[in-house]
Design a protein around this ligand. Structure first.
Ligand code: SF4
Length: 503
């Protein structure tokens, strides 16, 4: 067997571009998809240039064989797997169980994500779980690695996360970048991009990470794009993946040519060259039905083309979204970015309505630990907690919050940290630490054209009051389900909610 650096080693070596190959497990146990995955993993194991295979978890929100089951097979064949570890279908206990199973199998590489919203299941659609978001999962893994929380011997997980720079609006872009800070602060050791074909956006992410000293290896996603898949991504049918009209038009032209498959692979090789030129630390290559010969071609041709990466970036990956936002000013000579951030007081939308200001004032007067009314309110809450008033008080709070925020009675309310928007009722994935990757043009992944992503609304509200940086720093713990169907106000003043029970 060929000796090759581990994924950690490859990503730590700035002189080397690491290569990972994305394999999709598919439905069933002994079907074509699983046999293909095993065969490709075996070939990847023998190629010193491929550092790991990444294995997707229920892609598109549809059930498939568990990623870790296929990862065990890949590992046995001699290639390091990266398991896509998503929080969408499992509560925190099931997530922890999976970590023990992975640890027992010596599988260390995880790509931690929220995951796509479930869209089908046996006898109807599956219940969306989303007990944790990706930041919660990263934090739990970090604690297990430190031997804390479980009080068991430390684990050795090497966990990464995903970010999408390919967002069209300022609010979505900033929501992605603010969440990136939280992912890294809570333990992400590498970052893989979502799918997109805009070199300026890849460059933006790299410059953003450098500018903020985030010190995390970046892996660029390369997907071998066929016309049917490009059209689906263009119509927003695959969450988070962005293909613009201009790229679809180019693929339509290519579809009339007899060598369209070669052209698709050539585009992937060119993307490899651009990512290498932009000094990404790695590439993650994927595409439907790709064989080992395709991967070999992309790596070899990509290396050959890498000297011309700037020309390629300008001519082949110049697919901006209409009116799309960029964090940095454009560099006219390269068509990429300067290191000068745009003046965001002159871009995007903001909402300076009085609502946030008033709600903040109420919080600062009555709820904040330093608030003048806090001691009195705490004493009253202590009294109510032990009296017959507790039940009517709880019902009154629930009724008020249901009218204003469709309250879900979690009892662990964090709305004052989140611009007075409730993630439990208004975000279908109940994200407490920032936006998932699925929004498009400001709309929620689950309700496109009908409901804005709550983090877009939140950003615009905070920006209207100059407080948008709030979204970057504060870690929001998961809900404590012991508090379900109880009064969050009583829990707050009686020191039972997340403000007291710090993780
Ligand atoms: S509201 Fe935003 S974070 Fe929540 S599911 Fe929709 S797009 Fe994702």
């Amino acid at each position: 067997m060929t000796t090759k650096p581990s994924l950690r080693e490859a990503l730590a070596d700035s002189a080397q571009l690491s290569v990972t190959w994305e394999l999709v497990p598919g439905r069933g146990a002994r079907e074509k998809a699983q046999e293909h995955l095993v065969k490709m993993a075996e070939l990847a194991a023998k190629d010193a240039r491929i550092n790991a295979v990444t294995i997707t978890d229920n892609p598109g929100g549809k059930s498939a064989i568990a990623a870790y089951a296929m990862a065990v097979e890949a590992k046995r064949l001699g290639i390091e797997p990266i398991v896509h570890y998503t929080t969408k279908d499992k509560n925190r206990n099931a997530l922890e169980s999976e970590l023990y199973a992975l640890d027992r199998a010596d599988i260390e590489n995880l790509l931690v994500m929220t995951g796509d919203y479930p869209i089908q299941g046996y006898a109807g659609n599956a219940k969306p779980v989303f007990d944790f978001d990706a930041v919660h999962a990263l934090r739990m893994i970090t604690k297990m690695n430190a031997g804390a929380y479980t009080k068991l011997p430390p684990t050795h997980f090497f966990a990464g996360a995903v970010v999408s720079p390919f967002k069209s609006t300022e609010a979505e872009t900033m929501a992605q970048y603010y969440k990136l800070h939280k992912k890294i602060a809570n333990g992400a050791k590498f970052i893989i991009t979502q799918l997109g074909y805009d070199a300026r956006k890849f460059d933006e992410l790299k410059k953003y990470v450098d500018m903020h000293n985030l010190a995390v290896p970046l892996i660029g996603n390369i997907f071998v794009l066929s016309l049917p898949v490009a059209k689906m991504m263009n119509k927003n049918l695959i969450p988070g993946c962005v293909v613009t009209d201009s790229l679809v038009a180019r693929l339509e032209e290519e579809a009339t040519q007899s060598n369209k498959k070669e052209l698709q692979l050539l585009r992937a090789a060119k993307q490899y060259a651009v990512l290498k030129g932009l000094q990404y630390d790695g590439v993650n290559i994927g595409g439907h039905g790709m064989g080992y010969a395709d991967i070999q071609y992309i790596m070899e041709k990509g290396e050959e083309l890498s000297a011309d990466w700037q020309d390629i970036a300008r001519t082949e990956f110049n697919h901006p979204q209409d009116g799309g936002f960029y964090f940095f000013e454009q560099d006219e000579s390269t068509q990429l970015n300067t290191c000068q951030p745009v003046d965001r007081t002159r871009t995007g939308s903001s909402n300076s309505s009085l609502r946030l200001k008033l709600m903040d004032m109420v919080h600062e007067t009555a709820f904040d630990h330093k608030a003048p009314l806090y001691p009195m309110n705490k004493a009253i809450a202590k009294y109510i907690d032990k009296s017959w008033v507790k039940q009517p008080f709880t019902i009154a709070e629930y009724t008020t919050k249901t009218m204003t925020n469709q309250c879900r009675f979690c009892g662990d309310c964090a709305m004052h940290e989140l611009g007075f928007i409730c993630p439990m009722s208004q975000c279908p994935k109940q994200q407490r630490n920032g936006a998932c990757g699925g929004s498009r043009d400001g709309w929620c992944e689950v309700y496109p054209g009908k409901q804005k992503c709550i983090y877009v609304t939140m950003y615009e509200g905070f920006k209207g009051h100059g407080k948008e940086e709030r979204m970057k720093d504060k870690y929001m713990p998961p809900c404590n389900w012991d508090l379900h169907r109880t009064s969050s106000w009583l829990n707050y003043f009686n020191d039972r909610d997340y403000n007291t029970n710090k993780e």
